[in-house]
Design a protein around this ligand. Structure first.
Ligand code: NAG
Ligand code: NAG
Ligand code: NAG
Length: 623
């Protein structure tokens, strides 16, 4: 019976996705149409003084049949990992791959199963999917180990996994469990503002957590709850999602230039201004991601989400992007009110950001915002004069779509180089970028005014402005391809030989099987058709195979630059949900999850784009 359901549903899914594919399926066609689009933009749509530069789309020599074989290798990697989990750890949360052990670190409900469902469906792994369902049916969400479960992680992994599993298979059990789970989590929303608390006892239906909460934790469940409302028609879920969106929309963001800061007061529903930090990394990441994705998932209904996304990207592009002093690596970092100086920390977690920019650049009419009734003056209203001026320049002097793509390219390039620079081919979790050139490294001279080391001090936007004002020759700063810089043993110990600086020091040296860089490489390839990104994903996959495969599954690296690298003992469920999924999608020639039809939640669980019907609008009180 299960088999029948599976076949019918996955066939239905395939029909949905294969009938309406993105126009960019054929790369030659993509290259051609991109050029045509650019010419159209610059001739007919963009104001004449707006800067726009044609883009070259790289086509690799790897034939389509080889890409299919690579996708098959990723499928085998998933099977190796999941079978190891099944054999040694199921139905507990995660496998400990070095000791053939198990751990309950996410509620003890078998998080690896939930996180794997849609990956199985995409890979046509019917047997694994059939074996997973009874384990899911047996989960008792009102009993958890320990009693309080983290709301954010539970939502993105368990609820996200159930909802996308249902979206792709039509398997009713998954929707029923999603409803049971969200009922068990309801206590999290028991705050004056409706912003969720950090954790919740599913047995006592009670939330618990600090009054001051991290942005990512309070604003990364709107997709899941709005999607659940769509599937069930239940207004409570809708209200949970929309209360958060409206809180973000109505918050006073004048102190942070329209950017959502990292700390919020869940009683007042306002930013906590005692200590302001702005970041796209650990404490913030998915909240920024969900602004764009909310807009896309609800078939572009919620203009406020879009405006918040535009303000966020305006802020990041003008304030949080920097260039390293010698290699001119473009990176994104964070700012703290205590110092008002960039920390220059560049996190692996932030490497989702180039993919988000690329997604937005493809899906939004960024250079025709007036078509959506959005004006530059609306986007700068209520902001301090210096911020206003910068945004205004950005919005009126540049083709916004190009600008987002340049930032995406430069950042994706740096994220990739963090891997390529290491002998192991695996990127560290955090680095600190240099400000001034290191002794012995090439001193950079700014081409526009000859000042030394200038890029290390100012923001990317300042460098970009100089480039624009001096006639915009060559590639925009920080966007050109650069070779990796690999240290030998001596350099690893004693520092680089002259002219060989990497421009950063490692701060957290592990590679935790994280997906963010591969996610961005996937989105860069899918949205631009440029196969450089796809080849880089392949290089990273080979490094994972070579360095991190164990007899039972795959494990994290503790130190990526030791030779041989130092291994840890963990196989996080997101490796199954995200890392392997983005790799698989990067190598499949067929576009299995078209980006105009599906939206990935922050755990890479795809939800289908939908419109609210007239009846739903009425019921939920939507205008
Ligand atoms: C689920 O767990 C709770 C708390 O331990 C228990 O009271 C309840 O009976 C369990 N439900 C089922 C169906 O086992
Ligand atoms: C949070 O906001 C409430 C309501 O405005 C206020 O009473 C409380 O002191 C704030 N908490 C902190 C820690 O600032
Ligand atoms: C949503 O509605 C618009 C306007 O009617 C339509 O063009 C679009 O195709 C719909 N999208 C979906 C996903 O149903």
């Amino acid at each position: 019976m299960l088999a029948t359901t599976f076949n019918r549903a996955s066939e239905a899914f395939r029909n949905v996705v294969s009938n309406k594919r993105l126009g960019f399926r054929y790369l030659g066609f993509a290259a051609g149409s991109l050029m045509v689009l650019y010419m159209l933009y610059s001739i007919t749509l963009g104001p004449t003084d707006v800067l726009s530069i044609p883009r070259e789309v790289f086509k690799s020599s790897t034939p389509p049949a080889v890409w299919e074989m690579r996708a098959e290798e990723v499928k085998q990697a998933f099977l190796h990992a999941y079978h190891g989990y099944e054999k040694y750890a199921a139905p507990h949360d995660e496998l400990l791959p070095m000791s053939a052990g198990l751990i309950d670190n996410f509620n003890g409900w078998g998080v690896s199963i939930y996180d794997s469902l849609d990956t199985m469906l995409l890979m046509d792994l019917e047997d694994e999917f059939k074996r997973a369902l009874p384990m899911i049916e047996r989960t008792n969400f009102t009993a958890a180990t320990p009693e309080y479960v983290p709301f954010f992680e539970t939502t993105i992994r368990y609820l996200g996994g159930l909802l996308s599993g249902y979206a792709m298979s039509g398997e009713k059990l998954l929707l029923n469990q999603a409803e049971d789970l969200s009922a068990a989590l309801a206590g999290a929303f028991d705050t004056a503002s409706g912003l969720p608390l950090f954790s919740v006892s599913t047995a006592a239906q009670r939330g618990k957590g600090s009054e001051i909460a991290a942005l990512a934790e309070i604003a990364s469940c709107q997709l899941e709850y709005a999607y659940l409302a769509k599937l069930t028609g239940n207004k409570d879920y809708f209200d949970s999602a929309y209360t958060i969106i409206r809180a973000l929309e109505n918050a006073d963001l004048s102190k942070t230039g329209g950017m959502l800061p990292t700390k919020w007061n869940v009683t007042s529903g306002q930013p906590w201004n005692n200590m302001i930090q702005v970041s796209v990394g650990a404490a913030a990441d998915s909240a920024h991601e969900y602004l764009l994705k909310q807009y896309l998932m609800e078939a572009r209904h919620d203009k406020a989400s879009l405006e918040l996304y535009l303000r966020t990207t305006n802020y990041v592009i003008t304030n949080l992007l920097y260039l390293s002093p010698s290699r001119h690596l473009l990176y994104v970092t964070d700012l703290h009110s205590s110092s008002l100086k960039p920390s220059r920390i560049f996190e692996h977690l932030s490497c989702f950001f180039p993919g988000l920019l690329a997604l937005g650049a493809q899906q939004l009419p960024l250079d025709r915002l007036s078509d959506l009734g959005i004006s530059a003056s609306a986007l700068v209203s209520g902001l301090p004069p210096d911020v206003k001026q910068k945004y205004y320049t950005l919005l009126t002097k540049y083709n916004l779509r190009d600008l987002h793509l340049w930032a995406a390219e430069g950042l994706a390039q740096s994220c990739w180089l963090m891997y390529a620079d290491q002998k192991s081919g695996l990127g560290p979790d955090e680095v600190v970028m240099d400000i001034a050139p290191r002794a012995g490294s090439e001193v950079y001279q700014d081409p526009t005014d000859g000042r030394e080391g200038d890029y290390g001090a100012g923001t990317w936007f300042e460098a970009l402005e100089k480039w624009r004002k001096s006639g915009a020759k060559g590639a925009p700063p920080g966007t050109a391809d650069r070779p990796p810089v690999t240290y030998d043993e001596n350099e690893q110990r004693n520092g680089p030989r002259p002219g060989h600086s990497r421009d950063y020091a490692t701060r957290r040296s592990g590679y935790l099987l994280r997906p963010e860089t591969l996610e961005s490489l996937y989105l860069m390839w899918r949205t631009t058709g440029d196969e450089r990104w796809r080849e880089r994903s392949w290089a990273i996959f080979q490094s994972i195979e070579r360095e991190l495969k164990t007899t039972t599954g795959y494990t994290i690296a503790k130190v990526v630059y030791n030779d041989p690298i130092t291994l840890g003992n963990s196989m996080p469920s997101y490796f199954l949900a995200e890392t392997l999924k983005y790799l698989y999608l990067s190598f499949k020639n067929e576009d299995l999850v078209p980006l105009n039809k599906w939206v990935f939640n922050t755990e890479a669980h795809p939800f289908e784009v939908f419109n609210w019907t007239t009846a739903e609008r009425k019921k939920f009180g939507l205008s």
